[in-house]
Design a protein around this ligand. Structure first.
Ligand SMILES: NC(=O)c1ccc[n+]([C@@H]2O[C@H](COP(=O)([O-])OP(=O)(O)OC[C@H]3O[C@@H](n4cnc5c(N)ncnc54)[C@H](OP(=O)(O)O)[C@@H]3O)[C@@H](O)[C@H]2O)c1
Length: 605
């Protein structure tokens, strides 16, 4: 089953004040032991922006149906979905079944907007009410599978059985064993002729909760607080609205994400989603917990699933799934970014090296005053790469690409030798590097993990040896100022932070995902007022200093007059960088075209 043939135009996007908004609701489960606590949670849900609340009666410690339902339904500030989930369907209620169904009927009479009736008892329930149901109420007939997600055919049959009960709304919740399970629910959702809730529970089903808005789901559940969930894998309301821009998702939203395992810790969605929003790009970026890359790509083969970042352990698996590969990525043997072209072909890139090499080049240009037009300042330089792992390969191939003379120094000599032979360079051990100074003005790049948190007092090379280098780059970015960089600076070298590599590669990927023109290449009269290095400088300072001493850069004022175009570019990059950590971006993204005011606001907040 693949998603390549789904007609995605089943859902209308309503437009209010020129802002499109889908019709998928956000429902916040309210689970508390007392009625008062439930009402407090419901008020919080409203403040957060939920559309309705699911009142889980089975969580109440004591329950007096008439009195409590009257209060809950009448005093709730949002429309109510009343659920009284029995233990046999994954809930907490363990009492008499007729009492449970009586409470649901009472909720209906007292003006609830929706009630949830489990498929197993739906016929009994409908028989008991004998067609007497207030016009406003909608009955959701639900089925929960806590083991797996059945085949497409089985889900189709299940939906037919639910519809046969007379349900106003169909709810099917299954459990993800693999991320591809959600695709079957999407197929059903998109073809459903009646309002339908389709959720795949669990961490591997996370995308079903977000993309239900794209595929026309009736609602998705969002918790009031992160972690206070009624089912595994549920996002928070705040996350849905602020991070995933849930209201604006639609049939034509392009899906991107970071493919890895584990992936929960990834900050990439916090980087790309605000950036997409800031330029009105109709895309979403999701964490994708993938077990088998080939299966994932085959299942989500539609033209709507278009761009991926790759992280541990899937960089090589991604490489093997590409139809075309960027020559450098081919030499490195791993990709970090994949784009689906309009013809469906998958193109792989390794943008790690682009990020690091661009940062080093800018550092060199800044120190010797060269312009971008005069070619790469790395050409002809002796470029020492410490480490021969993933980052080491990217740096060594990048150095070779720029015409540098590459030396690979690694603790394990064999790996150094292997890599050096591929880049036409020389190999030495880390120990030998201590006394290695064939010439002065060499460039050093550390790609070992020595000096990374928590072992911040370690360093891969002595201060004494550093005096032979004119520029030192450290791929490590936690901490930003490593001992190696501190000592290199004290020895008079130009230093380049690992954060610069990180943000640069993110920036390159952003360009590839959105197709927006790259700021780095924009040259016109305005941009020439402001050297590329200064732009980088602002960009990196704003990113890397923000956890400590934002506002970061008084350098912005030193430069005098900037071209407006550069300001916009800086702002965009700054948005990408600071968005997740600072709230200022919400102000910035409310301005359609990033303006000088917006940029300065960021810089001086
Ligand atoms: N700034 C960025 O955007 C960015 C991107 C990627 C990676 N990085 C950073 O770069 C570093 C390496 O990442 P990676 O993906 O290349 O890792 P990797 O593939 O595991 O390679 C690790 C390298 O470090 C060396 N090493 C490890 N412990 C050592 C020690 N105690 N003494 C000497 N050498 C040691 C290894 O040498 P052996 O071959 O002898 O084991 C190997 O060359 C990490 O700190 C990572 O955070 C930063």
């Amino acid at each position: 089953m693949t998603l390549d043939s789904i007609p995605l135009a089943t859902m209308d996007l309503q437009t209010a004040d020129g802002v499109r908004r889908n019709s998928t609701k956000i429902c916040a489960p309210v689970m508390a032991e007392t009625v008062d606590q439930m009402l407090t949670q419901a008020r919080k849900a409203k403040e957060l922006g939920a559309d309705l609340v699911e009142i889980r009666l089975d969580f109440l410690k004591t329950f007096n149906p008439r009195q409590d339902l009257e209060i809950l339904i009448k005093q709730c500030p949002l429309p109510t979905l009343i659920t009284y989930r029995p233990i046999w369907e994954g809930g907490k209620y363990d009492g008499d079944e007729s009492k449970r169904q009586n409470a649901l009927r009472l909720a209906m009479e007292l003006g609830a907007d929706y009630i949830d009736v489990e498929l197993q008892v739906a016929h009994d329930f409908y028989n008991a009410i004998q067609g007497k149901k207030p016009a406003k109420i909608k009955i959701i007939v639900s089925s929960h599978n806590y083991q797996n997600t059945p085949s497409l055919e089985e889900i189709g049959n299940l939906v037919a059985r639910i519809l046969a009960t007379g349900a106003d709304i169909v709810k099917v919740a299954t459990t993800a064993v693999d991320i591809t399970d959600s695709a079957r629910l999407f197929q059903i959702l998109v073809h459903s002729q009646v309002p339908m809730i389709g959720i795949v529970m669990g961490e591997k089903g996370f995308i079903s909760r977000i993309l239900s808005a794209k595929f026309g789901g009736f609602l998705t559940f969002g918790s009031i607080e992160a972690g206070l969930v009624s089912a595994p894998g549920q996002p928070a309301v705040k996350e849905l609205l602020e991070l995933y821009n849930f209201r604006q998702l639609g049939p034509d939203t392009k899906v991107h994400g970071v493919i890895g395992n584990p992936i929960g810790h990834s900050k990439s969605p916090h980087l790309y989603n605000p950036a997409f929003k800031s330029v009105n790009f109709n895309g979403i970026y999701l964490p994708l917990l993938v077990d088998n890359v080939a299966n994932f790509l085959k299942t989500y083969s539609s033209h709507d699933f278009v761009g991926y970042s790759y992280t541990i352990p899937h960089k090589e698996a991604g490489f093997n799934c590409c139809d075309e590969i960027d020559p450098i990525a081919k030499e490195i043997g791993a990709i970090s970014c994949m784009i689906k072209r309009p013809d469906g072909n998958l193109m792989g890139y390794n943008v790690d090296y682009l990020g690091a090499i661009a940062a080093i080049e800018e550092g060199l240009r800044a120190s010797n005053g060269a312009s971008q037009a005069s070619g790469s300042p790395l050409t002809g330089k002796l470029f020492v790469v410490m480490g021969a792992g993933g980052a080491g390969k990217a740096l060594a191939f990048g150095g070779k690409e720029k015409g540098a003379r590459v030396i690979v120094a690694n603790r394990t000599y064999d790996k150094a030798k292997q890599l050096a032979s591929k880049v036409g360079g020389e190999a030495i051990t880390l120990a030998e590097l201590e006394n290695f100074h064939p010439e002065d003005g060499m460039i050093l790049a550390n790609t070992t993990s020595v000096g990374m948190k928590p072992k911040i007092e370690s360093t891969p090379l002595s201060k004494e040896a550093l005096k032979h280098y004119s520029l030192v780059f450290d791929a490590i970015y936690t901490p930003k100022m490593t001992r190696l960089l501190r000592e290199a600076q004290e020895s008079g070298a130009t230093i380049v932070y690992g954060t610069e590599m990180f943000i640069n590669q993110a920036f390159v990927q952003f360009e590839k995902f959105t197709g927006l023109p790259g700021t780095m290449n924009q040259q016109n009269d305005q941009t020439q007022e402001f050297s590329p290095h200064q732009v980088y400088h602002l960009k990196f300072l704003s990113f890397s200093d923000l956890s400590l001493n934002f506002p970061c850069s008084t350098k912005a004022t030193d430069s005098g007059h900037f071209g407006e175009k550069y300001i916009r570019n800086i702002c965009l990059v700054t948005l990408i960088a600071v968005g997740p950590i600072f709230q200022h971006y919400s102000y910035c993204i409310s301005i359609p075209q990033c303006s000088i005011r917006c940029c300065l606001l960021l810089l001086y907040q």
